[in-house]
Ligand binder design. Structure first.
Ligand code: PMV
Length: 325
């Protein structure tokens, strides 16, 4: 049997921003995402008595200690659960278009949770896999599922995990505008921590979330692309507003992010149902009808190059594959 596991990335429509417990990665708020087909990670884990330390190969290149940190957290949890003492070799291939500069921690850590537990002979439920992936990277908890998933914050390691919300078998898609492939200055971990500790806007963000989450779930149920888009765009703008109030202040936006937002607004004026969201980096992700992805992409070619524009559709849950691609 193959030991390769594939997980797809996800983009939050209601953002996770802030941790209640930084070690266990318990979030301050529930978040809701869409898993996408375009970006994914294939991973295999081999526990081997002959190894003296864990090894991580990313796209065939041996990674240093920093990259291994989150991976080791997940491996240690699996070893503890399965009673395994040997070190592991982790081989991972990231299917994120070259230089796309899109964080792959969600698909990467979800694929690792699946591959490590499979190699250890553990038969974990989706909830257990989600909890395990969460310990590597919060957003990875949602990449266990296809379609829409909600990470329920819970209040402990046992109660903080994602659940499926709905399949995404309707006319919804995303278009990525890649404006930078540079590594971000402020990691999501540091950005959240600083914002929670120092931004006077953070409480306002938290106070507005129940309303956003409920409205988003309604909109998804009704398959209402405009409602989904409006709520997601407002939610993202609120999240990014908290960073400007932090000490020291920071922003993930670049001039090109603003240019992308302007292009989206212009398309909306032309009658398209198109909205944007952004994460802990300058790239902009558009939410639109799947059936209009190509049309919208063509319009955007007057402002951006073809390689900056990547269309994505709803993607599947974590699954075993015969081999890496
Ligand atoms: O899981 P992390 O540590 O990469 O944090 C992700 C945070 C955001 O992308 C900004 C929001 C989200 O919910 O994915």
């Amino acid at each position: 049997m193959s030991n390769w596991v594939r997980a797809h990335t996800n983009i939050a429509l209601i953002k996770y921003w802030g941790k209640k417990d930084e070690d266990l990665i318990i979030p301050m708020n529930n978040s809701l995402s869409l898993t996408l087909d375009a970006f994914y990670t294939d991973t295999r884990v081999t526990f081997d008595d002959a190894l003296t330390a864990d090894e991580l190969y990313l796209d065939d290149m041996l990674q240093d200690f920093t990259a291994l940190k989150k991976v080791k957290t997940v491996l240690d949890l699996v070893r503890e659960k399965a009673g395994i003492r040997s070190k592991a070799k982790v081989e991972s291939y990231n299917h994120v278009p070259t230089a796309a500069g899109l964080a792959s921690s969600a698909s990467g850590l979800a694929a690792l949770a699946g591959a490590a537990s499979l190699a250890a002979g553990l038969e974990l439920s989706s909830v257990e896999l989600s909890r395990l992936a969460r310990r590597g990277s919060g957003s990875a908890s949602r990449s266990i599922y296809g379609g829409f998933a909600e990470w329920q914050k819970g209040s402990s390691d046992e109660t903080s995990f994602a659940v499926p919300v709905d399949d995404a078998d309707w006319d919804i898609g995303m278009l990525f505008i890649v404006v930078s492939d540079k590594k971000k200055d402020v990691s999501s971990r540091e950005g959240m921590s600083r914002t929670v500790r120092t931004s006077p806007f953070y409480q306002g963000w938290l106070d507005s979330l129940d309303e956003d989450l409920n409205a988003m779930k309604q909109a998804i149920k009704k398959q209402d692309i405009d409602k989904v888009g409006v709520i997601a765009e407002q939610n993202a703008l609120k999240m990014h507003a908290t960073t400007l109030g932090a000490k020291p202040p920071f922003t993930y936006w670049s001039p090109d992010s603003l240019k992308a937002m302007d292009s989206v607004r212009a398309l909306r004026e032309q009658g398209y149902s198109v909205y944007f969201t952004m994460d802990a980096g300058p790239n902009v992700k558009l939410i639109c009808r799947q059936s209009q992805l190509e049309e919208i992409r063509t319009h955007l070619l007057s402002d951006f190059t073809g390689s900056q524009l990547i269309a994505a559709r709803p993607g599947p849950a974590l699954h075993v594959v015969t081999g890496p691609e």
